[in-house]
Design a protein around this ligand. Structure first.
Ligand code: GRF
Length: 221
């Protein structure tokens, strides 16, 4: 295969989506490799998991900076030092300014635990249950300045079941996230997915380079 795309993963917490990407990137024919994992929280559990996987890690602690711009300048430098071509936000809990987002325009992905554009922001599962929706899910999208918006690469749906609590629904969605993110990254890194206007178009030939993905409808938990 041609050269793998170098990705930088941004985390803030436990890093289970990061682990799914690590697992995918281990496969010889996967089109991306992890150049660095960066956390804005020094005690993020995901940092140790990344180090155990033999990856380069860095901490850019947002609390040490007097402004968002100063924090983002260091984050940007860390990513460029690692020759990152594409950023994957994986449970990264900082809002980014327009300057950073535009500097990485079309080169930054995020995963959000809802079927966007529904239920942007926090407490998505509580709000999905309160709204009585019968399908929930997750979305991988390119990052734009508005929170949880941007061209959608891929989505997966899971059912909302009678008596679901936010935690039960979150677990079902998370299992789907772990399949969706490696799939979406493969689409982007292989060149199968590209942006036209503000939409993502996936070429038919390119689909063959992304791992097969079946939406986990009807799967437990
Ligand atoms: C995931 O549900 C992700 O979609 C959301 O935050 C959670 C992070 O989980 N943005 P993890 O750190 O990947 O385990």
């Amino acid at each position: 295969m041609t050269e793998k795309m170098r990705i930088g993963i941004l985390i803030s917490g436990r890093g289970s989506n990061m682990e799914a990407l690590i697992e995918a990137c281990r496969k010889p024919d996967y089109p991306a490799e992890i150049a660095t994992v960066i956390s804005n929280r020094p005690n993020a559990a995901g940092l140790q998991k990344a180090a155990r996987a033999g990856l380069e890690t860095a901490i850019v602690d947002h609390k040490k900076f007097s402004s968002r711009e100063a924090f983002e300048a260091d984050l940007d430098a860390a990513l460029r030092d690692a020759d990152v071509e594409l950023i994957c936000n994986a449970g990264f809990m900082r809002l980014l300014t327009e300057g950073f987002v535009e500097a990485w325009r079309d080169r930054q992905l995020n995963i959000h635990p809802s079927l966007l554009p529904a239920f942007k922001g926090l407490d998505t599962h509580e709000r999905a249950i309160a709204a009585g929706v019968k399908l929930a899910g997750c979305t991988v999208h390119f990052v734009r300045t508005d929170m949880d918006s941007g061209p959608i690469v891929a989505q997966a749906a899971v059912p909302v079941l009678d008596g679901d609590t936010p935690d039960r629904l979150a677990a079902r969605v998370l299992a789907a996230e772990h399949k969706l993110y490696p799939h979406a990254l493969a689409l982007v890194a292989s060149g199968a997915a590209h942006i036209e206007g503000e939409w993502v178009v996936v070429t038919k030939d390119g689909m063959e380079s992304a791992p097969l993905f079946s939406p986990p409808l009807n799967e437990s938990p």
